[in-house]
Ligand binder design. Structure first.
Ligand code: SF4
Length: 738
């Protein structure tokens, strides 16, 4: 059975991909024969929801095809290993197995490895696409059954710098601490390193007003689809596009801050009442006058002044309509990602924006459950409710919910890149359990990651399809996907929403919740792992009670009732009750009265520009930046299997300016080779005058010779542990096939 039958009537749910979580309705495909193994069993229709306002992008429209992927995993797979007399290990091919054999193999291997090498010899790698229930249960499995410190997730590649910056400044990290729809009324929006028009197109509807008012500012080395929203090259501007040298976004922000103070545009009254660290920051930016900044970032000094004045004019202190500063992966995936987010927050604070209705700072979360996925315990340093794992009170609270001794809970583990780097090395993890991640495509310096995975004694992958990482595993476990399961997700605004089942999964496919429970049982644990997602959510809610991300006033039933009554979902924190006993209504806007810091003030922190870890040099004289295209999502493991998307963008390309092409003898469509200190990749050239002439761009959705993460650097931000995907130095040359 490749496809199940659709539910008899339409189910309201959300898109399986990005954090916009567009509303959609799945209805049975009446004109198609169920279970035919080819046609989607349901039809997708957009649904009015506040984030997408009835819109869907191509990925959402075609998402039902995922349910009938021709190579959908439908039975467990195992790989046998043989050892010859000389001790040489030979790995066989993956072959079908029963669940009993596959899980028996996993449990026996884990038991043997931990007995020989200790509990931390087994590591876990989670994903920002898992439902809240699965992310929570995965963290619980790691801490109570495996009792390993080594758990982290792919959000470390995605939101770690934004989270670190927001936690440091505000004491809380909710990507957008306000509803996305609030942007519509703004006088100015500064969007740094986010290509919303390609990554989550329906969100652009919320920028219509600010574009009309000429207040959209986009900072990007490429004239991306989003940068193009600032107006045509020749014609009336609807905003400003700043096109800095890759790796210098921080300098742009330091210069904007300099102008704000130099021209008396700061909101001094707000700063005096609501922020600390102001003078340190003011002193630090004194050295970044626009003309100096221009020599580093390449943005004309006059443009920097113009943008600072535009933002200030829209700020509440000057009687404006309100202004927002928003960051995305373009500025966060950097060795100075946390510093850049901090500078963006400093700018927002200097203008008096955060904690005011109609203004603020926010980060645009990318992965479907990138927000909820970082709140409930699959991060190396975290317990449910966004609690710190080294906080004794947090350990005691969560241990009580789990029914275990707090002393038995492990401490903080290694962040994702460090964890992957350590695999298979002496004294380090010998087994890895991967859930909802395709690290062989998505991790930096991917060739080295492949070598390290091969050095493991046990690699287990839970997935829907045979991703590149699954194909390297010793055990592959087929699990349910979005429309086959119940659960919750948390959108980029911290709105907790329901994911609903619309079709029955193939007969031998299981939910990860069942996998976790079964593994716990086979490993001899008595810690209960409920199978019903609603019951798991109730436990998660209890575990989160009193934490920053407090879900204790929520349940599946309450979320269902809220939606049935026409409610748009509930934003965390949602404590269990308010004074007087009424249900808490949720918190659409954070920080209106105080920030979540001990003294209630936002913390400004002075930061300075250092530059990228892998800068230009004679043998690598061109910047490489990476990113996404509209038709594909993350590692492409899902969207590459959707024929309608694959047809539009079937493979990688190297975007380059014609000036660079002429200089290197590379014409549009010619094969190109990019070489960095880590290796090389090959793809056809795509000429475009939307990119700087010192920079090439490559999307990261593919494996093989065109897998750009084979050449990205695994250098990381010292605060967040986030890798520097967004800039490295490469040589660019015609690909002669050598
Ligand atoms: Fe909406 Fe994102 Fe899905 Fe596109 S991929 S339909 S923007 S949730």
């Amino acid at each position: 059975v490749r496809t199940g039958r659709a539910a008899p009537s339409g189910r309201d749910t959300h898109c399986p991909y990005c954090a916009l979580q567009c509303g959609m309705t799945l209805t049975p495909a009446q004109d198609r024969v169920p279970d035919d193994g080819a046609s989607p069993p349901v039809v997708v229709a957009p649904r009015e929801f506040p984030t997408n306002k009835g819109g869907l992008c191509q990925k959402g429209w075609t998402s039902a095809s995922l349910l009938t992927a021709s190579d959908r995993l439908t039975v467990p797979l195992v790989r046998d290993r043989t050892v010859d007399a000389g001790g040489v290990v030979t790995r066989g091919e993956l072959r079908p197995a029963t669940w009993d054999e596959a899980l028996g193999r996993v449990a026996a291997s884990i038991t043997a490895i931990q007995a020989e090498s200790g509990r931390d010899a087994v590591a876990v790698f989670g994903g920002g696409g898992l439902t809240n229930e699965k992310a929570y249960a995965l963290g619980k499995l790691a801490r109570t059954v495996l009792r390993t410190a080594n758990i982290d997730y792919n959000g470390r590649f995605c939101m770690a710098s934004a989270a670190a910056g927001a936690n440091r400044a505000f004491g809380a990290d909710r990507g957008l601490p306000f509803p996305l729809a609030d942007l519509a009324g703004a006088g100015a929006v500064l969007l740094l390193g986010s290509n919303l028009a390609e990554t989550m197109p329906p969100s652009v509807q919320h920028l219509a007003g600010v574009r009309e008012r000429g207040g959209l500012v986009v900072v990007d080395p490429r004239r991306s689809a989003t940068a193009a929203l600032t107006g045509p090259r020749e014609g009336p501007p609807q905003g400003v596009h700043l096109q800095p040298v890759p790796g210098t976004d921080l300098v742009v922000l330091l210069a904007l801050l300099h102008v704000v103070w130099a021209e008396g545009l700061a909101d001094d009254e707000y700063l005096a009442a609501r922020a600390s660290g102001v003078e340190d920051v003011r002193r630090a930016v004194a050295a970044w006058w626009p003309e100096r900044a221009e020599t580093v970032c390449g943005v004309p000094a006059d443009d920097l002044r113009r943008v600072a004045r535009l933002l200030a004019a829209a700020s509440p202190a000057r009687g404006g309509r309100g202004a927002y500063v928003l960051t995305g992966r373009g500025v966060e995936q950097s060795t100075q990602g946390t510093a850049t987010v901090t500078a963006a927050i400093n700018l927002a604070l200097a203008l008096g924006l955060p904690g005011r209705t109609g203004s603020g700072y926010g980060a645009i979360t990318g992965q479907g459950n990138g927000q909820g996925g970082r709140e409930h315990g699959q991060k190396a340093d975290q317990l449910p409710g966004y609690r710190k794992i080294d906080d004794p009170a947090a350990r005691a609270h969560v241990a009580a919910v789990w029914g275990v001794d707090p002393a038995s809970l492990p401490g903080p583990g290694r962040p994702a890149v460090e964890l992957l780097r350590s695999l298979g090395t002496p004294g380090r993890p010998r087994a890895l359990l991967v859930h909802g991640s395709n690290v062989l495509v998505s991790a930096p310096d991917a060739t080295r990651v492949a070598e390290r995975l091969d050095a493991l004694d046990l690699l287990v992958v839970c997935d829907l399809v045979p991703s590149e990482t699954a194909l390297r595993a010793d055990v592959v476990l087929p699990v349910t996907q979005w429309a086959e399961e119940e659960g919750t997700m948390t959108s980029l605004e911290g709105r907790v929403i329901r994911r609903r089942q619309a079709v029955t999964p193939p007969a031998d496919v299981r939910s990860e919740l069942w996998v976790f429970a079964e593994l716990a049982r086979r490993l001899g644990s008595t810690v209960p792992f409920p199978l019903d997602p609603a019951e798991v959510f109730d436990e998660l809610a209890r575990a989160s009670a009193g934490g920053v991300a407090d879900y204790s006033g929520l349940s599946h039933a309450r979320l269902d009732a809220d939606e049935a009554a026409g409610g748009p979902g509930l934003y965390w924190p949602v404590p269990s009750t308010r004074p007087g006993g009424e249900a808490h209504p949720g918190t659409p806007r954070l920080f209106l009265d105080r920030f979540h810091t001990p003294d209630g003030r936002a913390r400004m922190v002075a930061v300075d520009h250092v530059g990228p870890s892998d800068d230009l040099r004679p043998d690598a004289p061109v910047y490489l930046v990476t990113g996404r295209v509209l038709q594909h999502y993350q590692s492409g493991a899902q969207t590459r299997r959707v024929a309608d998307l694959d047809r539009i963008v079937p493979g990688p390309f190297v975007e380059m300016h014609p000036i660079l092409g002429f200089r290197l003898g590379i014409r549009d469509g010619d094969p190109v080779r990019l070489t960095s200190a880590r290796g090389d990749v090959r793809a056809p050239a795509r000429w475009s005058d939307d990119i700087r002439a010192d920079t090439v761009f490559m999307p990261f959705h593919w494996s093989g010779a065109g897998s750009v993460n084979r050449i990205t650097t695994d250098a990381t931000d010292p605060v967040s542990g986030m890798p520097e995907f967004k800039v490295c130095a490469v040589a660019v040359e015609p690909d002669t096939g050598v």
